[in-house]
Design a protein around this ligand. Structure first.
Ligand code: MG
Length: 163
């Protein structure tokens, strides 16, 4: 049995992962609109990955006998001025997710909930990777600025992402 506060916050995190997937799909649509297939591919892969995060939380809540409740998923932003702005938004969103995961981990530690603490470790590590890969792309986009050759080169590189 999970502590009620942890159960609720994990349920909220389930919703947050679905929202993340929705946001990345909106970003994929944006890039497809401008025919940047590689950027779009990267965002679609990211959207899929968020669904696997949601599924992991779902399975954990289920294994703990929690009552899972699907909440409303908000409409994501759908217009950006540049690729750089898209990735800056993605990074800000991931920082918000990291904060949630850390708060959840603190709650698990404070209540000596060892299973939830262990379950969350993978998410803690994952967030470091998420932020780091976005930072790397942002740094490159800052160097490229509006250089179209640079953008297409980056598009080709991001098109290679397969998972
Ligand atoms: Mg996630």
């Amino acid at each position: 049995m999970l502590n009620k506060d942890i159960e609720k916050k994990l349920n909220d995190q389930l919703n947050c992962e679905f929202y993340s997937s929705y946001l990345y799909m909106s970003m994929a649509i944006h890039f497809d609109h401008y025919n940047f297939k590689g950027f779009s591919n990267w965002m679609k892969q990211q959207a899929q990955e968020e669904l696997t995060h949601a599924d992991k939380i779902y399975s954990y809540l289920n294994a703990q006998g929690a009552k899972i409740e699907l909440l409303e998923i908000g409409k994501p932003k759908n217009h950006w001025e540049s690729a750089l702005e898209v990735f800056k938004d993605a990074l800000n969103h991931e920082k918000h997710v990291t904060k949630n995961i850390h708060e959840l981990t603190n709650m698990a530690i404070d209540t000596k909930d060892h299973p939830t603490n262990i379950f969350l470790q993978e998410f803690v590590t994952e967030q470091v990777e998420e932020e780091s890969s976005l930072e790397e792309i942002i740094q490159k986009l800052k160097l490229i600025k509006d250089n179209i050759n640079g953008l297409y080169c980056m598009d080709r590189a991001l098109g290679a992402r397969t998972h």
